[in-house]
Write a protein that binds this ligand. Structure first.
Ligand code: SAM
Ligand code: SF4
Length: 329
């Protein structure tokens, strides 16, 4: 798949559910309405969809959500997609998770060919963790991380930077990740979905995070690239990497190789644009993949040059009405 700007599309992120056992303040409103189950693709349909993309040249799939590990049948999907890893058609299958269910799933994830995971933690203070996730238990996530390491999975921590909330945690998180052998990525808040509040109060650029970390750590740029939007640096004292994702700058659009599918089969060609293509109708219309492939080709032909996010005073509402839990991180 090559888009009109000549970008090769090789990375698919699949949101396998819009549901979650947390309600992070930057991601969801407290009283979210979730999709009716009949709208959501079955595990077999998700498998067929992912496999069609692999046949079209996708080499990396990230399962996300909502919380992927609360989706019933997700392990069957992972086991089934493992066949593409075995054949070599797929180079990597991975997951972004909040870690709450990781303890019981870690070993099986590793058995199915998953090598690394992104796990989201914004603070190491249990009370503040419960506050920002609206009910999450940090100890449960930590137990999941231990199980993952024991199973041989590499871990990258995702930390969303929330102004006036977790500034005091950045340096502590870098030290903790160094001790545990994890990499970490700091992510700016993106204006996706109504969260029942003004986002301008949450926004802090990652450039500020880097500046504050430099008082405690020796940080140098490095050319590590995972095919994602992160700019990586190395910490001399720990030997681990820190990534910085600044979605409000356009620095990662030129080389964007990513597309996203929601759990209802909507294909988003850009995380930061409203345009989408319905793949559920062609998927359900016939057993063969011709209609599906035609819909995918047509959509790739419309992949936009870049997103149009803004977070400025006076623009505190969402730039896009859908939540992050719909398209995944
Ligand atoms: N539930 C899983 C988790 O939290 O890791 C996977 C889905 S979550 C939507 C994926 C990533 O997006 C998480 O790292 C989360 O912190 C991040 N995220 C959610 N809402 C965001 C927002 N508005 N801006 C920036 N990152 C966000
Ligand atoms: Fe759930 Fe992940 Fe969104 Fe938090 S960021 S509410 S864990 S989907």
């Amino acid at each position: 798949m090559i888009d009109p700007l000549g970008r090769h599309i090789t990375y698919l992120r699949v949101s396998v559910t819009d549901r979650c056992d947390f309600r992070c303040v930057y991601c969801m409103a407290e009283d979210m309405t979730f999709l009716p189950k009949s709208d959501v693709l079955t595990i077999e349909e998700l498998d067929r969809l992912c496999s069609a993309f692999v046949a079209k040249g996708v080499r990396k799939i990230r399962l996300t959500g909502g919380e992927p590990l609360v989706r019933r049948g997700v392990m069957e999907l992972i086991t089934s997609l493992g066949r593409h890893l075995k054949s070599g058609d797929l180079k990597e299958l991975t997951l972004t998770t909040n870690g709450s269910q990781l303890e019981r799933h870690a070993a099986q994830l590793a058995e199915n060919g998953i090598k690394r995971l992104n796990v989201s933690i914004d603070t190491l203070d249990s009370e503040k963790f419960e506050e920002i996730t609206r009910g999450g238990k940090l100890d449960q996530v930590k137990a999941g991380l231990e199980a993952a390491t024991k199973a041989g999975l590499a871990i990258k921590i995702n930390t969303v930077v929330v102004k006036n909330f977790n500034e005091d945690q950045f340096s502590r998180l870098v030290g903790w990740c160094g001790d545990k052998g994890y990499d970490i990525t700091f992510i700016e808040t993106m204006p996706l979905g109504d969260i029942g509040g003004d986002r301008t109060t949450q926004y802090l650029p990652v450039s500020e995070v880097r500046k504050s970390l430099e008082t405690d750590w020796t940080i140098t740029d490095c050319d590590h690239n995972t095919g994602g939007p992160s700019r990586y640096t190395e910490v001399a004292e720990t030997g681990r990497r820190i990534g910085f994702i600044s979605p409000l700058s356009h620095n990662f659009c030129e080389t964007c190789n990513r597309i996203r599918v929601t759990c209802t089969g909507k294909l988003f060609m850009c995380l930061g644009q409203d345009d989408d293509a319905d793949l559920r109708a062609p998927l359900r219309a016939s057993e063969g993949d011709e209609l599906l492939n035609a819909a995918i080709d047509e959509a790739i032909g419309r992949k936009p040059k870049s997103h149009e996010f803004v977070i400025e005073p006076g623009h505190g509402g969402p730039a896009l009405s859908r939540h992050m839990s719909m398209t995944g991180g």
